[in-house]
Design a binder for this molecule. Structure first.
Ligand SMILES: C[S@@+](CC[C@H](N)C(=O)[O-])C[C@H]1O[C@@H](n2cnc3c(N)ncnc32)[C@H](O)[C@@H]1O
Length: 207
């Protein structure tokens, strides 16, 4: 249950809102997916919810991002399992399963149903702004995430329409969320209406 004590203090920073809205869907021992590991902060959030008995599967295409995530999570006490390529891997062990792969290969890598999937799109903070997520591969990953998600599970996507390519990607994500049948999906869109190009949060819960 969401309580006032865990609500983010800033209205306009949407990543803390994503975490606040995902946390109630996770329990110790659960499986969660981070579609964009980046600096590992979202993976760390997921690990803090599922604990040492749970599993977090995380993807990134950049070695720097995977190294940062592994360092952050091992420092937090998580077991790290590296998977160098796509395809079925042994994901039975608790801990963080890092795939050096694009998230569009999610369904090739994962057969189990995650309770939560997060996709914090865009580029690696502090990294090259040209190495960014793209509308086409993001759409593939989100379609697979929707199919895999466990009943009662939640998907959160943070889009960044303010950077080059980000507007097209944000529109693609919104189109996907608009198409989710309301009989099977509850959806939520959090935006900052008075800041042009501000990040946008979309959340969906599967029945
Ligand atoms: C905004 S960052 C993610 C932030 C991260 N979740 C964190 O907590 O620090 C976006 C990341 O997406 C990664 N990325 C780009 N294309 C990708 C793809 N096709 N599959 C997986 N990751 C991708 C980038 O390398 C970058 O690290």
């Amino acid at each position: 249950m969401l309580t006032p004590a865990v609500l983010p203090s800033s209205l306009t920073r949407v990543v803390p809102w994503a975490h606040a809205l995902l946390a109630p869907a996770l329990r110790p021992g659960d499986l969660a997916v981070d579609l964009t590991a980046g600096r590992g902060r979202d993976t760390l959030f997921l690990f803090e919810q599922v604990g040492r008995s749970g599993r977090v599967v995380a993807f990134d295409t950049q070695a720097e991002a995977l190294q940062r995530t592994a360092a952050l999570l091992s420092g937090a006490g998580a077991a790290i399992h590296q998977h160098g390529s796509t395809g079925r891997a042994d994901l039975t062990a608790a801990g963080i399963h890092l795939f050096a792969a694009g998230h569009q290969h999610l369904a090739d890598c994962l057969a189990d149903a995650p309770q939560v999937v997060i996709a914090n799109l865009g580029f690696l903070p502090g990294g090259s702004p040209t190495l960014t997520t793209t509308a086409a591969t993001t759409a593939l990953a989100l379609e697979q995430a929707c199919a895999l998600l466990a009943p009662g599970g939640r998907l959160a996507v943070v889009t960044y329409p303010g950077h080059p390519g980000g507007e097209v990607e944000a529109a693609t994500v919104e189109t996907l969320f608009f198409s989710l049948p309301p009989a099977r999906w509850q959806t939520l869109r959090l935006a900052v209406p008075n800041a042009r190009g501000a990040p946008l949060l979309l959340v969906a819960q599967k029945s």
